[in-house]
Design a protein around this ligand. Structure first.
Ligand SMILES: [Zn+2]
Ligand SMILES: [Zn+2]
Ligand SMILES: [Zn+2]
Ligand SMILES: [Zn+2]
Length: 269
């Protein structure tokens, strides 16, 4: 029997305001939509053995088509009704409370959440707990924190005290924030450049070029990425990729790092 049930996905964070998500149908435990073997969200195709036990297709492969419950063959016969149930269930995006209206097939929400334009971005200023959608954050930063700014296609001299670990630059007025960070390790400095923005296609897509001229060696070194990484929150963990490495002896013991940075807006792809 059908009845109206108001419920929210178990994936919505606990502190979330109740999301008005009205599903028609009986209440069912969303866990029933997970593969009983690997516990990941079921996606089609879904297989069953002759005893009606179900498993996802990757589990069937991993189990060499032997049902883990009864050892009968599994992997040839699909459970079409379960496939339709899985397809019919939608869950709201975790960012529904910030205005995202996307309804996603169960199990597909993680793919969307990575790119959701309503993802929260966190203020990179030390001691500030502001979090909001990126445009709100850019406005907040402009109104509340002193900042250096950059203009796309122009070289900017970025001066930072190495002990500060981070220099935030903002495109003119309330533009996107870019965090230049340095991580001091035994052998030298790892320098990274990240835009604080959600990974939504078309939002804050930049490339950049860093140039560093050592104090006591001729020439210069440079590093760039054709696609600047986007982060929602700055991390102070030394990166394992996408960094420029400056050996200590290039710094000659100076407490400051002076690099040139040029940021370019990427064209539409
Ligand atoms: Zn599975
Ligand atoms: Zn079985
Ligand atoms: Zn979303
Ligand atoms: Zn702030």
């Amino acid at each position: 029997m059908l009845r109206k049930a108001q419920r929210r996905s178990s994936l919505v964070e606990d502190e979330a305001e109740p999301v008005e998500e009205v599903l028609l149908g009986t209440l069912l435990d969303l866990d029933l939509l997970d593969c009983p073997v690997c516990c990941h969200a079921l996606t089609n195709p879904i297989f069953q053995c002759d005893n009606g036990h179900i498993a996802c297709s990757s589990c069937c492969t991993n189990l060499r088509n032997k049902c883990p419950y009864c050892t009968l063959p599994i992997g040839a016969c699909r459970n079409r009704i379960m496939e339709r149930v899985v397809e019919a269930v939608t869950v709201p995006c975790v960012n529904a409370k910030h205005g995202c209206t996307e309804k996603l097939s169960y199990g597909k929400e993680l793919v969307h959440e990575k790119e959701c334009s309503s993802s929260l971005c966190y203020c990179p200023a030390r001691g500030c707990n502001y979090a909001g959608m990126c445009n709100g954050l850019y406005r907040h930063y402009f109104d509340n924190h002193p900042r250096d700014s950059y203009r796309c296609d122009y070289n900017v001299d970025a001066w930072m005290r190495i002990c500060d670990k981070i220099l935030v630059i903002q495109e003119c007025r309330e533009g996107p924030l870019v965090a230049v960070q340095c991580f001091e390790e035994e052998q030298g400095l790892y320098v990274t450049v990240n835009c604080i923005a959600p990974c939504t296609p078309g939002v804050s897509e930049f490339s950049f070029q860093l140039t560093y001229s050592p104090y006591e060696a001729p020439g210069s070194m440079s590093f760039g990425l054709s696609k600047m990484n986007r982060i929602q929150k700055v991390s102070f963990q030394t990166p394992d990729k996408d960094f420029m490495f400056i050996p200590h002896y290039f710094l000659a013991g100076r407490p400051n790092l002076k690099i040139k940075i040029c940021i370019y807006r990427r064209g539409e792809e």
